[in-house]
Design a protein around this ligand. Structure first.
Ligand SMILES: *[C@@H]1O[C@H](CO)[C@@H](O)[C@H](O)[C@H]1NC(C)=O
Ligand SMILES: *[C@@H]1O[C@H](CO)[C@@H](O)[C@H](O)[C@H]1NC(C)=O
Length: 201
């Protein structure tokens, strides 16, 4: 009897210790780390068509964005470019997978080409973004809007190319998911660019 209640007590102690040692560090870090301003990102993302994707894609950059609309916009473009590049690489390897019909490979190749145009256009827009200091803000932002709109059009063209064709449903859905994601990120970046322009007055 005594032995078993002692074991229970020891177990209880261990559980208590586990709880304390689990909660303590997180409490400590919560107090020490500067709280990133996620409200600013949430509010800004509210102006986009896909606010949840916008928020989740920018959240890990909250500390560097702070409350700067310019850094927010530049980061959104950088995240979009990085995703466009990785999507393009993923499609390239998908297009080399076995069992694809020539028709599917063709559509995939067209899509990869559209995506590489879109990568180029996003890069140009980021280049302009880096040169925003000085005069001609409106002209440069106008160029950026044009580049990013073109990138979005290219991504849409890629999905359109898949819709019309009789293809393996799984291949179609996989590609569609990948392209939707990058197109939504691009659309969000464009909305943040437009917002930045309107804030600049
Ligand atoms: C988001 O926008 C809607 C309407 O556009 C508004 O009602 C809501 O308060 C906004 N939320 C935030 C967090 O700004
Ligand atoms: C975006 O990427 C460019 C080019 O790599 C870089 O110079 C710039 O600092 C980045 N901007 C942000 C806000 O991360």
């Amino acid at each position: 009897m005594e032995g078993s209640s002692f074991t229970k007590f020891v177990k209880f102690l261990f559980i208590l210790l586990a709880i304390i040692s689990n909660t303590k560090p997180s409490l400590a870090t919560r107090n020490l780390a500067p709280k990133p301003n996620t409200d600013f990102i949430r509010k800004s993302c509210n102006a986009t068509i896909y606010p949840r994707l916008c928020f989740s894609s920018l959240l890990s950059h909250a500390n560097s964005i702070q409350t700067s609309p310019k850094l927010l916009t530049a980061t959104a473009l950088n995240v979009t470019l990085a995703t466009a590049k990785s999507t393009s690489a993923l499609l390239s390897s998908l297009s080399q997978s076995h069992g694809l019909k020539p028709r599917e490979i063709d559509a995939m190749k067209d899509c990869i080409e559209e995506l590489s145009d879109s990568v180029y256009e996003l890069r140009e827009s980021i280049g302009e973004m880096c040169k925003l200091e000085g005069f001609d803000f409106q002209v440069k932002m106008n160029d950026i809007q044009t580049w990013v709109s073109a990138a979005l059009t290219d991504e849409d063209t890629c999905t359109d190319g898949f819709e019309g064709k009789a293809m393996n449903v799984k291949v179609k859905n996989d590609v569609r998911k990948l392209i939707m994601n990058i197109a939504h990120l691009t659309s969000n970046a464009l909305a943040l660019i437009n917002r930045y322009v309107s804030l600049h007055g």
